[in-house]
Design a binder for this molecule. Structure first.
Ligand code: DGL
Length: 295
């Protein structure tokens, strides 16, 4: 999953925003890590709330939506695209990368790599949407990361015989979107989804959907203290930073960066739901857009 390299882009290109999209509010868990790691970068976030969830859709539909979102972000003059949605990354990363003409960052490989680095018993759990689990990409990326570490001389025994267990948790997306982050209903559903993984002794659990960090508290309680949760937001932000610097695309302007939001559903509702994530209060000026005309 290599990213395009650009030779010495001019100042105008460097000062363009980073475009980020997700099916809804889940990608904000990635956006806040981008803000933390790259405080001088401007961002444009698109939440496709009107067409969410993606994780229950077919491959072709996810590709179509993702490519439309890409065209919308390019129309906003972005210098990079972050697919802050595992379902979209699992199905459409290659397509978006091929057609965008700017570097594209996805969220699956950073999480897979972090899981391999952090496991001590070689038992890795992955929870994600049906579309992501069905794609098999997390498994591939975990095995690829283990091979890379082994080739780099990390002779940890557990890397030779990894066990990877994946569970699809589709209801978590609606619970996160609806603000049921720590309710008894969420606990009951989490117990049902996760008890098998807990009993199998996984010591790391990848939150393989960008909505799931919202339910972290419940997931952690159900899994117990022996399982470390992997929220790849910070590793994704690290990869973005490295790509920007390597491609000489990091923002050089001294004036404060701008942060814009777009949603394909009600902006008022989007801002209400987004507020708890973004620390500094409720975002404002969110605009409505449907990306289906962007082809
Ligand atoms: N946040 C998304 C993901 O990472 C979206 C889930 C969905 O829309 O089903 O997969």
């Amino acid at each position: 999953m290599a990213d395009a390299k650009f030779s010495s882009p001019n100042e105008e290109v460097r000062n363009r925003p980073i475009g980020v999209f997700d099916s809804g509010i889940g990608g904000l868990t990635v956006l806040r890590e981008i803000w933390k790691a790259l405080p001088n970068e401007s961002t444009i976030y698109f939440g496709d709330n009107g067409r969410a969830p993606y994780g229950t859709k077919s491959h072709d539909t996810i590709v179509q939506y993702s490519v439309q979102n890409m065209h919308f972000l390019l129309s906003q003059n972005v210098k990079m695209i972050v697919i802050a949605c595992s379902s979209a990354g699992a199905h459409a990363h290659e397509e978006v990368r091929r057609h965008s003409g700017v570097p594209v960052i996805e969220v699956i490989s950073p999480g897979a790599e972090q899981a391999v680095r952090e496991t001590r018993n070689g038992r890795i759990g992955i929870i994600a949407t049906r579309a992501t689990v069905g794609s098999g990409l997390y498994r591939e990326e975990v095995l690829a990361a283990a091979n890379r570490l082994t080739a780099a001389g990390e002779r940890r025994e557990e890397l030779a015989a990894l066990s990877i267990e994946q569970v699809a948790c589709p209801l978590f997306v609606s619970l996160a979107e609806e603000g049921y982050w720590n309710s008894p209903a969420t606990r009951m559903i989490a117990e049902d989804y996760l008890s098998g993984l807990r009993d199998s002794g996984v010591d790391v659990l990848v939150l393989g959907c960008t909505h799931y960090p919202l339910l972290k508290e419940v997931i952690s309680d159900v899994m117990g203290p022996g399982t470390r949760l992997i929220d790849s937001g910070a590793s994704v932000a690290g990869r973005i930073k490295k790509t920007l610097i390597d491609s000489e695309l990091d923002r050089s302007a001294a004036d404060p960066p701008c942060h814009c939001f777009f949603t394909s559903d009600d902006p008022e509702m989007f801002e209400h739901r987004a507020a708890p994530f973004l620390g500094g209060g409720r975002p404002s000026g969110t605009r409505y857009v449907t990306t289906d005309k962007f082809v």
